[in-house]
Design a binder for this molecule. Structure first.
Ligand SMILES: Cc1ncc(COP(=O)(O)O)c(C=O)c1O
Length: 397
């Protein structure tokens, strides 16, 4: 029986599809450093488990579809720190940022509608847009200028009568780049002039470096009816397995329709929401140490990458990823070779080839994304293996 053309048009995740090679390498006894996925190694704050353990109801019940009130209130208080004032009618708790994105896109897209996304982008965006029968309209960037995209002249030609939204991860995944307030203002003006939504994926909000302050699209009052914030505890609190995120919007019509989808899937997990409320209530000083650790790793990784001949790598300002150009024609083939045929003292590396982060065919072929989610020593060793691998790859018969 035939499957839908919708699902057949979706690609496997560029982040996960190389595990078969990594698993084989492991089975052969190699140690693999996993730099391919944004799974932080930072300990999940103990308070999460403590709160979950306190739960003593006789029945583990469904939560309300829109989320448990204590979590919504904790999120509202967290946002107040940034001068953003919300109430419970602006918040909807979801199963991670992923479900937030699928709900939003289902609510705003009709078949064939377009979403502008800077490429390279978080690869699952393409999956979520396809699930809503929409189309990615890529805003192409290049490694040589740090994947910069906030240029009015580049964005304007992409806008047409099908444009429903611009979808931005800020700080970025996979590039780690961050927008300035002026650039955000320009994007807000375009959204007003051309009547589209701004989907602001701010799951990496706390990870901004070099002493810079993070600006949120939620701070631009003149576009508050068209800004839709995606948030999540996965990365911010190192709690990826909890599956708790949210949508934040002051657009009441949108919120009311998101709620229909939330009711359809009943609820986000009850216990994890209880744990998440405690995370959002933690003192903001929690982030100082985590941010400093990531910033240090970023510096180590970028310096090490730049010392490799032929690598093009601009220093990203946030999140915990670096995307860069390698001196190879095809990073996917290089990765498979690293896993299948190469090791240094029994060790090798898994990264994410960047081609799958682009919509435009042929782009990103020689680029890779790495996540600096391992401790400094392991990151140094991983980049050293990539350096040795590149030399051996160049000299192979
Ligand atoms: C930019 C971005 N948005 C959303 C997500 C989804 O995360 P989750 O569903 O775990 O909240 C991720 C995960 O890597 C991401 O990088």
């Amino acid at each position: 029986m035939k499957l839908s053309s919708r699902v057949l048009g979706i690609k496997h995740s560029a982040i996960r599809k190389f595990y078969v090679y990594a698993n084989k390498a492991k089975a052969e006894g190699k140690k693999v450093y996993y730099l391919n996925i944004g799974q932080p190694d930072i300990t999940t704050p103990e308070i999460f488990m403590e709160e979950v353990r306190k739960y003593d109801a006789r029945v583990l019940e469904y939560a309300p579809s829109e989320g448990i009130p204590s979590l919504m209130d904790a999120i509202i208080d967290y946002y107040r720190r940034y001068g953003m004032v919300y109430d419970r009618h602006n918040v909807l708790i979801t199963n991670g940022g992923s479900e937030a994105l699928t709900f939003i896109l289902s609510c705003i897209l009709d078949p064939g509608d377009e979403v502008i996304i800077p490429e390279p982008y978080y690869t699952n965006y393409a999956t979520f847009i396809a699930m809503a029968d929409g189309k990615v309209r890529p805003l192409t960037t290049v490694p040589e200028d740090g994947y910069h995209y906030a240029d009015k002249e580049k964005i304007l030609p992409l806008i047409n009568e099908k444009t429903k939204a611009i979808l931005l991860a800020n700080p970025g995944n996979p590039t780690g780049n961050i927008l300035t307030r002026a650039e955000m203002g320009m994007i807000c003006d375009l959204a007003k002039e051309h009547d589209f939504y701004i989907i602001a994926d701010e799951v990496y909000r706390e990870f901004v470096y070099d002493g810079k302050e993070m600006t949120s699209f939620g701070q631009f009052e003149d576009v508050e009816d068209r800004v839709i914030i995606v948030d999540s505890i996965s990365k911010r609190f190192s709690a990826c397995g909890a599956r708790v995120g949210c949508v934040i919007t002051k657009n009441h019509e949108l919120h009311g329709n998101l709620l229909k989808l939330a009711q359809g899937r009943l609820c986000a997990p009850t216990l994890e929401q209880i744990g998440a409320a405690a995370l959002y209530r933690m003192d903001p000083s929690y982030f100082d140490e985590v941010r400093a650790e990531y910033e240090h790793r970023r510096n180590v990784v970028v310096d090490a990458l730049r010392s490799i001949d032929g690598v093009v790598c601009e220093k990203p300002g946030g999140s915990f990823y670096v995307t860069c150009k390698l001196p190879v024609e095809n990073a996917e083939e290089f990765l498979i070779w690293l896993l299948e045929e190469f090791d240094d003292q029994g060790e090798t590396v898994m990264f994410a080839p960047a081609e799958g982060f682009y919509a435009t065919p042929g782009l990103g072929k020689s680029e890779m994304r790495i996540a600096y989610v391992l401790k400094e020593e392991d990151m140094r060793r991983s980049i050293e293996i990539i350096r040795l691998g590149l030399e051996a790859y160049k000299n192979r018969k």
